[in-house]
Design a protein around this ligand. Structure first.
Ligand SMILES: [Zn+2]
Length: 321
């Protein structure tokens, strides 16, 4: 065999480096082993040996052979936990790195169920807690979903009566379950504005916040102590409160009046609460006119809020308003 290797070396100049080669023997006596070692000048190696990160052995791999793989994974996770990663970042790391390593190993050798469970456990703990792995290994062996289901046991007596009723009627209602758990709440009239509204989602969100009185107008910011100046960003004539901005301010009043005129709706804008009541009452009817008014109202509210923000953050010249 060495003669063949020597012929190969002479022909193309590639020489075997004995320092980088190991001799692995099986089922031969010591004399023959020594003879081969002297002939080749190779050191004797011990199995299992790693080749491209995969353990190679002449016997069946035991759990001890797989432990370095798990430890390697834990070391990577520990390194990741030292950084502040978001949930999305952890998902991305698990998908692109952790699963890629497991898939690579699975292409070369079958991984025992124990190892797969450990790798799954490591990834799951890292995903949900962002912590190092071995510390939480014991608790994370429980399924996260199962644990959360078990936490809801307190609601079972509350639901039992309703559940029996639904089983007897052979009809399940998610609405009834929700109401049973959360309880019935007061319904607001303006909920009809949110239904079948063709406005953009961003405009719907602003209207929803406005209806809840949660828009960060200057009077609220002053109350929280964030700013000192609470003059209206558009007219600079009154305090910037929510009722002033929608639609007592002479500028926003004009904008909304023009839009109402444009969609041929004969109505004079009033104070915010009255205006909301009027729009809600008018748009409860079906038909394209109601949908058009909903759309116009929602987008106008969004447009005014966007204009006000542009004025504050100097992205729009005040003379262009
Ligand atoms: Zn104003």
């Amino acid at each position: 065999m060495m003669n063949t290797v020597n012929v190969f070396s002479k022909s193309n100049g590639l020489i075997v480096n004995p320092l980088k080669c190991k001799l692995f023997c099986g089922s031969i006596n010591d004399e023959a082993k020594e003879a081969v070692k002297q002939l080749t000048n190779f050191e004797q190696g011990q199995l299992p040996v790693k080749y491209l990160g995969v353990p190679l052995t002449n016997k069946r791999l035991t759990i001890n052979h797989y432990l370095p793989l798990i430890e390697k994974r834990v070391e990577r996770i520990r390194h990741w936990t030292s950084r502040l990663l978001s949930y999305a970042g952890r998902v991305q790391l698990i998908q692109s790195v952790a699963f890629a390593i497991a898939q690579y190993l699975l292409q070369c050798l079958p991984l025992p169920k124990f190892v797969l469970n450990k790798i799954d456990c490591i990834c799951r703990t890292f995903l949900w807690t962002g912590n190092s792995v071995m510390d939480d290994m014991k608790s994370s062996t429980w399924s996260w979903v199962f644990l959360n289901i078990m936490k809801q046991r307190q609601y079972i007596p509350q639901l039992q009566q309703l559940w029996d009723k639904m089983v007897s009627n052979d009809k399940f209602s998610m609405k009834l379950v929700f109401e049973c758990l959360v309880g019935s709440m007061a319904k607001v009239d303006w909920r009809y504005l949110m239904r079948h509204n063709p406005a953009r989602p961003r405009a719907m969100i602003i209207l929803w916040m406005l209806c809840h009185g949660r828009l960060s107008t200057k009077d609220r910011m002053c109350r929280f102590g964030f700013i000192q100046d609470n003059a209206c960003s558009l007219c600079r004539e009154n305090d910037e409160t929510m009722p002033h901005l929608f639609f007592s301010c002479r500028i926003t009043h004009t904008i909304w009046s023009h839009i109402l005129k444009w969609i041929e709706c004969h109505h004079t804008p009033c104070a915010w609460q009255d205006e909301l009541k009027w729009v809600t009452a008018t748009t409860r009817k079906k038909g394209w006119k109601a949908r058009l008014l909903k759309l116009a109202f929602t987008e106008t509210v969004y447009g005014i809020w966007h204009l006000r923000n542009s004025m504050i953050f100097d992205t729009l010249d005040r003379s262009n308003k």
